[in-house]
Design a binder for this molecule. Sequence first.
Ligand SMILES: *Cc1c(COP(=O)(O)O)cnc(C)c1O
Length: 792
Amino acid sequence: MFDRKKFQESIERILKLEFCKILEKAESYEKYYAVSKALIENIVDRWNETEELYKKGKQAYYLSAEFLMGRALGNNLINLGIYEEVKKALDEMNIDINLIEEIEEDAGLGNGGLGRLAACFMDSCATMNLPVTGYGIRYSHGIFKQKFVDGFQVEEGDNWLKYGDPWSVRRSEDTVIVEFSDGAVKAVPYDTPIIGYDTKNINKLRLWKAEPIKDFDFKLFNEQEYDEAVKEKNRAEDISRVLYPNDSKNEGKILRLKQQYFFVSASLKDLIKKHKEKFGKNFEIFSDYHAIQLNDTHPVVAIPELMRIFIDEEGLSWEKAWEITKNTFSYTNHTILAEALEQWWSGFYKEILPRIYEIIKEIDKRFVIQLKEKGYSNNKINSMRIIADDMIKMAHLAIHGTHTTNGVAKLHTEILKHQELKDWYELYPERFQNKTNGITPRRWLKLCNKELSEMITELLGTDNWIKDLSILKELEKYLDDEKVLNRFLEIKKKKKEELADYIYANEGICIDPNSIFDIQIKRLHEYKRQLLNAFHILDLYYRLKENPKMDILPRTFIFGAKAAPGYFRAKGIIKFINEIAKLINNDSEIDGKIKVVFVQNYRVSYAEKLFPAADISEQISTAGKEASGTGNMKFMLNGTPTLGTYDGANVEIVKEAGEENNFIFGARVEEIEKIKETYDPIEYYEKVSGLKRVVDTLIDGTFDDDKTGMFEELYNSLLKGASWHRPDNYFLFRDFDDYREAHKMVDKAYRDRLGWAKKCLKNIANAGKFSSDRTIEEYAKEIWNIKAIRDS
Ligand SMILES: *Cc1c(COP(=O)(O)O)cnc(C)c1O
């Protein structure tokens, strides 16, 4: 199948065509580019065949504002099953495969979990031969690059396309026009192949780029009005310029609204065009051939947009259009955080999308009538309306305009049904489902932890686990096998050494692979409670200072997190942790017993180095706040026990792997619900030993925030509360002591090396449920009603 000679010739040819260079003269990124393009050449026939194959039946479409894909090259080689062969071929050409893998920029077209979920789903759909296409935006700048300067986060633009993207193909012929009240723009699709593992089928991620209808104004240019001549071009290109533009002002808000409508409208027009090519104007069967998943509320404007197309352009009645629309869409809810529930001031809709606004108003009007007929009170109707107080509630529109709403972990779905969306669950009980998130075992084990993968394959006598993760369960027969446990510990050690080298090279900090690697990596948010972790570290430090003989195992606390550029408090937490790191890492008395590292620019490719090297997985969100989490699953699959609260998918993780093999602490959802009205953090602050000492470092001059007021603001948020928050809104003080005790349990358990390895193996053996293949199988069967299609 893989023709080495042909592949090598192909690389040399591409280097000449694209860069006018012979191999010996090529730069690393040029080699990366040529190798990638040579692989595309290899798969292009299969890719086209798959497109034809999928046309036969029903297909699903995953609409998402984010796809956090990371790097493509290594993953695609793994999935094609030719990693070793390509490595050999490249060796012969004096190309170091590691070097060109590392040169690839991450495709960081997402923020965190939600975007990474979309990426894992793409991989699973392709692997399982499911006819699913991803639709999104081809941002020319993805999530910002993060640096620390004096411990402060500094953001830089992410120009990920500076060397071009060999993995996408521009499809000018499928360009569509998207219209706004202030003008139209072109949406040009770029397609990226989604290469599944061990299958001939190749799926597609189609991302839209915004371009002007007219490239520039010739007349103005001729008149030497250069800025004016390209104004329209720039305005159009702004739409796909950056992921989540700053929306602190109205201009930014309008731009975000345009982004949403832009990719949604383009995607629906694409579908309608294809539907008409096949079935003419027979829209009765539209939902028999198309299932569209709305990933969170960002693409929910698809509901009124499809109504508009059906009614205004295709002449359907409202009733018919509504029925088809509802049968086509389903919606995934990712959060219950009130501040994250998207709503739009109707003025923006009126201004930019007047017809869409009219349609939403009509949906709302009919909904109110429906509820009145059911005898709902005015109060209840007002709280459920789609437009209320001049705000359009996207989650309400989503639930009302789809056939299914799903939560992303059991606990989260229960909270939706019985608390946050209680009224909606009463109205539409049959619409609610749970789909516990998952991760792809290809990237998050096979690719990032070759050594552990090889061990698992050897022990199971098969590599079928890569496609059927549930068979990991059979590893349980080695739970008491010392040889296996020791081999696991050796692998973990190796991955820790590799991470230590990488951290030294990238952060300039030396860490000891013999210490416990205690890792918290995720977006920075108050509810995720990185600050609780920081307080504990500081408390441990002070206790060690008081009692230098205190018997603790050496620990390295590792953080990775980006804070949203406008999230002042989150940035304060980063600075605080960096100050703690400076204090502790430079204290010679501590003798390396504690080290603290906040790695810069946490992203998918960094994550691939961190997860395999972890001894402890920090999952310490306030119970009820983390909808699912997927980082927790990546740790588990790499043999890392969870130190966490009873929240999100942690609940299911410990159910699978056993509570005794993880470290669960803190208030549960029921307790938080009970105490939240009367909670007084001051009580804890004064009573819990050591707590005041660490909290006061925010204001007593221990640390320097360079007069930004960040630390004092953090202090006030805990003890006085900000206008929109209660004091200590995330219950750090409530959980502080429990958390400290859980850490002591970790220290104790880790001393028994084989006992520890057994816990790790128990986690691996029970990680099967958290494969995104399982999640996607459920979506396919229970929501989309689609089947695998493959060439016989
Ligand atoms: C998995 C992942 C996340 C999500 O992490 P959580 O701990 O679930 O919030 C965020 N960012 C990156 C780069 C990831 O790989």
